[in-house]
Design a protein around this ligand. Structure first.
Ligand code: ADP
Ligand code: MG
Length: 413
């Protein structure tokens, strides 16, 4: 019988609030897990940025990564550690690096998801390069943008194929608006997507491992009010649909942490934005939902570290395509995808792990989110985001929403 310590690395950028809460709650849990006759302790540590050689040791078992999508030294460090040291990382960095909105639309359309009709168009302008003119002169065909728009139908959305944070997204009501929007789209490669308009609901489903949170989302509200606080606003079967959709997307692309935006029209959920691996984790956006995220992150990372979960370096798409290509109703295909995705996330093993090893998490967390540590973390985050004269009011707003979570959702969430 040995005492083993598993280490979780936090690969962070400007993050302020969630790591403070993650680290402090992990300490309060004071885990001594009895696994296979050993006592397993779990520690966390922030990952530093420094030079590294190819075959160096790695002191981490799991890394929760917030940098890969834009800080390339860390991306390469993570890829190296997976290749050389069997590190487990949220999320698969190769997939994160290469999958854009466009690829996710294509893949999920192939699986039969109701992705609205989507086209890619070549960009209006190009940065000059040596081979550009011969390439365009020989191969770039003049195309009828208005005709493509008319065929998709209006309203439609023009948005960067690799976009995020609403940058460059334009709602378009007619052919002339489409031509104008393309004129000013610059060098960005754009998708045109049929508008799901009108819709009667907009949900952002956050997935962390096999754990899901359905957030009623109001894109028109100011930042601190976009994530609505209502719960139980969806019938159970619709929650299940959104859960299944998000789980399949995340398993398919090897993402542990992602969010899927879907709009409901005539009872159907249309996924419109689900290449959001590593979504917003700040208390200033999530507020009421923030404790859920911290707990979900702890559960999944502790499970991965304690069980020595290994990184799936092959994404096994053919298994999904084999189901997609069958002549069976979509519901049956979905059941097949869900079964693959549940296997990917080891859903049963994870649930029994949590029941056996983390039975005290709900209660400890419920107490923790009433402490000065959490109040201080909110204060630091708010101070970094809001002007000084608004700080106090916003700290109290977010704090009161976290307390609201404790009352409504705290134990047993
Ligand atoms: N097909 C669509 N139908 C209706 N609204 C859309 C559609 N695509 C985008 N939108 C609107 O534009 C916003 C931004 O587009 P989205 O695809 O989510 O890009 P981003 O990655 O920048 O968030 C969405 O939150 C939604 O309000
Ligand atoms: Mg979006």
């Amino acid at each position: 019988m040995a005492e083993i310590t598993r280490k979780i690395g936090l690969s962070l950028g400007a993050d302020i609030c969630w790591p403070i809460c993650y680290e402090a709650l992990l300490k309060q849990l004071d885990l001594k897990l009895s696994i296979g006759g050993d006592t397993v302790r779990i520690e966390s540590e922030r990952v530093n940025i420094e030079p590294f050689g190819l075959l160096q040791d790695c002191s981490y078992d799991v890394v929760i990564d917030r940098l890969t999508h834009w800080y390339h030294t860390s991306r390469e460090w993570i890829k190296t550690k997976i290749l050389v040291n069997d590190l487990y990382v949220f999320n698969n960095p190769w997939s994160l690096q290469s999958m854009e909105k466009q690829t996710t639309y294509a893949a999920m359309s192939r699986l039969g998801f109701p992705v609205p009709e989507t086209w890619m168009i070549p960009p209006k302008r190009y940065a000059e390069s040596n081979d550009l003119q011969p390439t365009l002169t020989r191969y770039a065909k003049l195309f009828d943008l208005g005709g493509i728009g008319d065929n998709i139908g209006y309203p439609l959305y023009m948005k960067p194929y690799d976009g995020g944070a609403w940058v460059g997204v334009t709602g378009i009501k007619n052919r002339q608006e489409l031509l104008n929007a393309y004129e000013s789209s610059g060098t960005r490669v754009m998708n045109l997507q049929k508008g799901v308009e009108p819709h009667d609901a907009f949900v952002r489903c956050i997935g962390l491992g096999p754990q899901f949170r359905y957030v009623n989302y109001d894109p028109g509200a100011p930042l601190h009010d976009r994530y609505r606080m209502d719960q139980d606003f969806l019938p159970t079967d619709q929650e299940q649909q959104l859960r299944n959709m998000t789980m399949v997307i995340n398993a398919f692309f090897g993402w542990d942490f992602n969010s899927c935006e879907a709009l409901r029209q005539d009872g159907t959920w249309y996924p419109i934005d689900f290449a959001n691996a590593c979504p917003d984790s700040q208390v200033t956006s999530l507020h009421f939902h923030f404790p859920w995220l911290i707990k979900a992150n702890l559960r999944w990372s502790i499970f991965c570290a304690a069980t020595g979960r290994s990184m799936k370096t092959n994404l096994d798409w053919q298994e999904y395509f084999a189901i997609a290509d069958q002549d069976i109703p979509f519901e049956e295909k979905m059941a097949g995808y869900v079964s693959l995705a549940s296997g990917h996330f080891n859903v049963d093993e994870f649930e029994s792990f949590c029941a056996t090893h983390l039975p005290h998490l709900d209660e400890v967390a419920n107490g923790f989110f009433a402490t000065d540590i959490v109040h201080g973390a909110i204060g630091e985050k708010v101070a970094a985001l809001y002007p000084p004269h608004e700080t106090e009011a916003f700290v109290e707003l977010f704090w009161s929403r976290v307390q609201e979570w404790r009352r409504k959702d705290g134990v047993g969430a």
